[in-house]
Design a binder for this molecule. Structure first.
Ligand code: UD1
Length: 426
């Protein structure tokens, strides 16, 4: 397993271009299976999760290439709607293929993606949404088989504004007969991006970005070329890293309006942020101030995917901060690791009480999941001395070579990969 070695204590400085959004690209790649022909998607980051999705698509008979940041898919020979269990288990986002394959083939077989490090992550809303569209769904152990000659539009109310369920239902409803309305829909920017992509192929969807989405079913879609939005979580991660190291960073290719809640929190800590079009500048030279209460909630509130990174900044702040996690039950795994670096954090149920310390110290720590891993990298950059972050494959799921990205900002960060004869290469 790869590890990152970080020599901390150096403020980040410079300019960086932000990668395309993983969480927009994954459903868009899945949605491409709705159409027959060649679909081109630009600004797709080179990530482990994207590789897994492309491998699943190839297994189903799609031709897929990923050169530079452009993915070209030829779905003409797509022949299967059975996602093998081993591939299904590699990535939870394989669930996104359910709606599109059901709509295109009238049947799909998948397997329970299972829980993951951050929580149980049920799929009941995905299944009840597809049932409401007329799918017959048989569950046998971990296997889930869905059939529908042609899906029929319906009014669907989500008990929770689930991002994935909203996207799956949208993709299934695009080719359904009649009108579908999703109420209490999730409002994340990635859902708007999916709407724009589907509409570029001839779908008729309005309302993404609000809590009510309306989809008028069409008979057929036509292939298109599309560019995904910038990754708001990577943007946020770099912004927090700049603040935690007391540096000055300029971020290009961002969508500042997608980060209003983070910008608000960072300004409360005393960090200076200026926004100009798609450019964000972050800078500070002083110790951050504590923030009394941050609660993670569905968009546009503070994102769960930035909770662990911001906790690092608060761990270095002057005063006591409280962070409450309301989305996933297992999302405080970074706390033990940060404590090993000198942080003073106490967890009680779903709240973390963070008493800021003046300094973190380098240590050997383990990335337990994607965003927890990103938080440990930030902690390593801000800490005094050497930090080793293990289990880097979690970080590779969402950040395109994080050591290159941060290295461009002056970070002293090196990846070490074991090779078969037990040597270590850089
Ligand atoms: C997406 C993001 C993930 C982010 C999360 C919340 C992608 C690929 N991933 O995940 O990075 O952290 O949104 O912003 O876009 N739930 C149910 N039943 C369901 C579905 C969800 O109870 O059928 C619950 C989940 O357990 C969780 C909450 O709803 O507690 C939110 O999950 P959801 O919005 O679905 O997250 P994902 O789409 O999995």
């Amino acid at each position: 397993m790869d590890k990152l070695v970080i020599e901390g204590g150096k403020p980040l400085s410079g300019t960086i271009v932000i990668q395309g959004a993983k969480n927009a690209a994954l459903p868009i790649l899945a949605a491409s299976m709705l159409v027959e022909g060649i679909v081109t998607i630009d600004h797709v980051p080179k990530l482990l999760d994207i590789d897994v999705m492309l491998n699943i698509l190839r297994e189903l008979g799609c031709r897929a290439e990923h050169e530079d940041e452009t993915v070209t898919l030829d779905t003409t020979s797509l022949h299967s709607s059975h996602i093998p269990e081993a591939l299904m288990r590699q990535m939870r986002s394989s669930i996104f293929l359910m709606g599109p394959l059901l709509a295109r083939f009238g049947e799909v077989t998948i397997y329970q993606p299972g829980g993951c490090a951050i929580g149980e992550r049920k799929i009941d809303l995905h299944l009840s949404g597809l049932r409401a569209l007329g799918a017959q769904i048989d569950e046998e152990d971990s296997r889930i088989v869905c059939y529908a000659k042609r899906l029929k539009g319906a009014d669907i109310h989500l008990d929770l504004p689930s991002v994935g369920a909203t996207e799956n239902i949208m993709m299934a409803a695009v080719l359904a007969e009649g009108l579908t309305t999703i109420s209490n829909a999730a409002r994340e920017p990635e859902i708007q991006d999916l709407q724009h992509f589907l509409n570029s192929m001839g779908a008729k969807i309005v309302g993404a970005g609000t809590d009510t989405i309306t989809i008028e079913g069409v008979e057929k879609l036509k292939p298109s070329r599309y560019q995904v939005i910038p990754d708001r979580i990577v943007t946020g991660t770099v912004m927090v890293a700049a603040a935690a190291t007391r540096g000055q960073v300029t971020l290009l290719n961002t969508c500042p309006s997608h980060l209003s809640s983070l910008i608000h929190v960072l300004r409360r800590t005393g960090v200076q942020i200026t926004v100009d079009g798609d450019i964000i500048k972050v800078g500070t030279a002083s110790r951050p101030k504590a923030v009394d209460r941050i609660v993670t909630s569905p968009y546009p509130a503070f994102p769960t995917d930035l909770q662990s990174q911001v906790m690092v900044l608060l761990a270095l702040a002057d005063g006591v901060s409280v962070m409450k996690e309301t989305i996933f039950e297992g999302r405080f795994k970074h706390v033990d690791e940060l404590s090993r670096m000198g942080a003073d954090i106490r967890v009680d149920l779903n709240s973390a009480y963070v008493r800021g310390v003046s300094r973190l110290y380098g240590a050997t720590v383990e990335a337990t999941d994607l965003r927890a891993g990103a938080a440990l990298v930030i902690a390593g950059l801000a800490a005094q001395g050497k930090t080793v972050v293990e289990q880097v494959h979690h970080i590779d799921r969402g950040y395109d070579r994080i050591e290159h990205m941060l290295g461009r900002l002056g970070a002293r960060i090196t990846r070490y990969s074991p090779v078969p004869n037990n040597q270590i290469v850089q």
